[in-house]
Design a protein around this ligand. Sequence first.
Ligand SMILES: Nc1ncnc2c1ncn2[C@@H]1O[C@H](COP(=O)(O)OP(=O)(O)O)[C@@H](O)[C@H]1O
Ligand SMILES: [Mg+2]
Length: 236
Amino acid sequence: MTGNTQSPIIELTGVTYTLDIVGRPLHILKSVPLQVRPSEVVAIVGPSGSGKTSLLMLLAGLERATTGKVMVAGEDLSTLSEDDLATFRRKTMGIVFQSFHLIPSLTALDNVGLALEIASPQLSLAETRAAATAALEAVGLGDRLHHRPATLSGGEQQRVGLARAMIAKPRLLLADEPTGNLDQKSGARVVELMFDMARKQGTAVVMITHDAALAERADRTLTMTLGELVEAGPAV
Ligand SMILES: Nc1ncnc2c1ncn2[C@@H]1O[C@H](COP(=O)(O)OP(=O)(O)O)[C@@H](O)[C@H]1O
Ligand SMILES: [Mg+2]
């Protein structure tokens, strides 16, 4: 059973990621042994350009590994077509990336509601809107429901993105610097919501962060250096 709490939700074996840059190989990910279990909160830290975002792209199935196996929720992502990947992503993951934009023509409420409608088409419109409203209230945007993304600040857009990522109660949340654009209070709220998802819903969380206090709270912290991911040693 893929729902078995004993089996990892993420398992990478022998994964590398190499791009061909004008005829020369650029080795972006060299060694990224990674296993994540349901409910686990894993923080990934490391210098800019070390490959952190590339790793999340592979986990989301937005890029394909050059070698090795990316298993997510029991699926080998390399065997899925682009269409199947898109469906799998919507059912399984919440994604909070800077590059994963909101739909500009839709209000905050409709951006979040659409994600739930896709994941749970059996819900009525009223149920979907009520859940989307609650998700936006949870990120502190109850007074911004009818704003389009262009009329929201960067931090507000980021919180709409988080509400959208959380609304379908995904088994896996992937977040690239989720508190990067947020003030301390909004950041703290977002962090609580992510930890709540892990504790109450069993969501596994993999987040990239530069925030040492946030990494400290994670169950595990991994450090990416020049495309190599290693478990951080004990805190000194
Ligand atoms: N599509 C691409 N084309 C060329 N270089 C890339 C591409 N994607 C990533 N890189 C390079 O790979 C390295 C790792 O990038 P990235 O995963 O974004 O690092 P991080 O998130 O740790 O800052 C960087 O040197 C970046 O310039
Ligand atoms: Mg990055």
